[in-house]
Design a protein around this ligand. Structure first.
Ligand SMILES: Cc1cc2nc3c(=O)[nH]c(=O)nc-3n(C[C@H](O)[C@H](O)[C@H](O)COP(=O)(O)OP(=O)(O)OC[C@H]3O[C@@H](n4cnc5c(N)ncnc54)[C@H](O)[C@@H]3O)c2cc1C
Length: 508
């Protein structure tokens, strides 16, 4: 299984049989073209297929390549945007509707697992949130009351499943966990068995609108569809939603413990960024999964340090025997705290999107699947207004958010540079990359393990920001809207459609 970075996630290391995908485009048009073979694309494909729609899933790389292959797969009915925030910014009814959607999402996961006999080590678990300071205790009280109001099964508790000091804790009942890529592999097989088509290595670029039909351009040719869904985590091209979502990275490890004291539940502290914990058994072997150290994409170059900090924190509290896997991945933080699910603003009415899931996309993907299926099959959904991508929500901090998101714009000139001069300029270690200033312009330079230099124009092809080096994942990441590129400039994930421009290096 491939993923969009150099590290290997637990899921990659222990997956999985994905169904074989055809090599050629179908000749018949389809009802719905779903772009993206992550949990959102595949869940939506299954829901639409249940409603009798013919669907095709087009994936630029292979199934699970995006954040679904790098998640930690806590299945929650509560969110990074807490119910008290939703209550105050969107109203009590919205908080209740959000909880209803979350509960239905976790039930839908169970239904899919049962109906398609998916072996993905799914278990119900309780989810604990604990406060460690005075201020956190006050926040926890608010979170608790609003969660009760929203309909959550939540209680105050005097114990937590992780060996950390705490002042107060609450427990959400009937949360869950699973092996995410085994789950989506099961969905993919069921979808194909039900007559659906999945195309790997099929990058969708754009489309022409022909009244009821869309003529969609892909790297494998043109596909005709009545509806198009961008289940790409963030849609490509430049859209309003790029200014309402900020890309972040989060870091995770899967460790074995020498004392066997694996936590029995899901646990979350209340720092910003917060730490999250759970246990996953895979083929009879147990792992402590823990994560945190989040930061805005492209704002930390020495990303190995994020793992170092996380591991040091864990070793202070757990008897870590071995860090079996360490990985990082990207998520999108929506400006007002709720995801954008529905019609994609500025596009024909038959083009849809699901994005802005924060660290809760396992649940939101299923809410999206239900919402989009209802919008396509019935023209309406009870969730449509709450998640409307075109909503304007002037919440506190929104302007700062937009400003923060508008990083540097730079111009670049010159397509051929002298290697010798660059070598003098940038003393890079093997495996290191850096953006260097060279004769007034920026150059993205990377040196491979053999000492060979690679140079790229560092101006992101999406919205012209300057990319930064991500050491742990060996990628060039854009701080503005989250486009990510390989060391040779190919698009990995994010909204960019074109690769970074290569610069020829003159060896003489
Ligand atoms: C470290 C980390 C831990 C997390 N933990 C949790 C958790 O515990 N619980 C939870 O609920 N959520 C969690 N999340 C969030 C969750 O993992 C994501 O929200 C979710 O996986 C997003 O799924 P997706 O299908 O929308 O996107 P992705 O999984 O990113 O899939 C999008 C796919 O679209 C493809 N694609 C992109 N552009 C194109 C194109 N133009 N043409 C064709 N294909 C394209 C990509 O290759 C990719 O495979 C976590 C996130 C991170 C970063």
């Amino acid at each position: 299984m491939q993923r969009d970075g150099a590290t290997t996630s637990l899921w990659q290391g222990t997956t999985t049989d994905f169904p074989a995908t055809p090599q050629a485009l179908p000749t018949e048009p389809v009802d719905v073209l779903i772009v993206g073979g992550g949990i959102t694309g595949l869940t939506t494909a299954i829901e639409l297929q249940r409603q009798g729609r013919s669907c095709l899933v087009a994936e630029a790389h292979s199934i699970g390549y995006g954040t679904t292959g790098g998640t930690t797969a806590h299945l929650n009915t509560f969110f990074d945007t807490t119910y008290d925030m939703v209550e105050s910014d969107f109203g009590e009814d919205s908080a209740r509707l959000l909880h209803t959607g979350a509960r239905a999402a976790l039930d839908l996961i169970k239904r899919n697992i049962a109906e398609f006999a998916i072996e993905c080590e799914h278990n119900d678990r309780d989810g604990y949130v604990y406060a460690q300071t005075d201020t956190q205790e006050e926040e926890l009280d608010k979170m608790f009351q609003a969660s009760v109001n929203a309909g959550a099964e939540v209680e105050v508790t005097d114990s937590i499943p992780v060996p950390l000091p705490f002042r107060k804790a609450i427990v959400f009942r009937r949360q869950a966990q699973f092996h995410p890529t085994r789950y989506i592999a099961g969905l993919a097989s069921a979808f194909v068995a039900g007559g659906g088509t999945i195309l790997d290595n099929c990058r969708v670029s754009d489309f022409e609108n022909e009244d009821v039909w869309l003529s969609v351009n892909t790297s494998q040719g043109v596909i005709r569809a009545r509806f198009l869904i961008w289940a790409t985590h963030i849609p490509p091209g430049i859209n309003l939603l790029h200014f309402r979502n900020a890309p972040y990275r989060s870091y995770a490890v899967a460790a074995t413990l020498s004392d066997d004291a694996y936590p029995e539940g899901l646990a979350y502290d209340m720092y910003d960024p917060y730490h999250y914990y759970r246990t996953q058994e895979v083929d009879g072997k147990r792992y402590l999964i823990a994560g945190g150290e989040d930061h805005k994409t492209g704002h930390v170059t020495n990303t190995d340090q994020c793992f170092t900090h996380l591991e040091a924190y864990l070793r202070n509290h757990f008897a870590i025997e071995d860090i079996a896997y360490r990985w990082s991945s990207q998520y999108f933080e929506p400006a007002d705290g709720l995801p954008y699910i529905g019609h994609l603003p500025g596009n024909p009415k038959n083009v849809f999107v699901a994005t802005g899931f924060s660290g809760n996309g396992m649940t939101y993907s299923h809410i999206a699947a239900v919402t989009l299926t209802e919008l396509i099959t019935r023209g309406e959904s009870g969730y449509a207004t709450l998640f409307a991508p075109a909503r304007v929500k002037p919440v506190a901090g929104f302007m700062d958010f937009v400003k923060e998101n508008a990083d540097v714009v730079a111009q670049f000139v010159g397509k051929r540079l002298k290697t010798e001069k660059l070598r003098e300029l940038a003393e890079l270690a093997p495996g290191e990359g850096r953006v260097v200033k060279f004769e007034g312009t920026n150059v993205a330079l990377y040196k491979n393990e053999q000492g060979k230099l690679f140079a790229l124009n560092p101006v992101c092809t999406h919205a012209k920001c300057v990319v930064d080096w991500n050491g742990a994942e060996q990628s060039w990441d854009c701080p503005c809207h989250g486009a990510r590129y390989s060391i040779t400039g190919e698009v990995l994930t994010g909204p960019a459609r074109a690769n970074l421009e290569p610069i020829d290096l003159d060896e003489l």
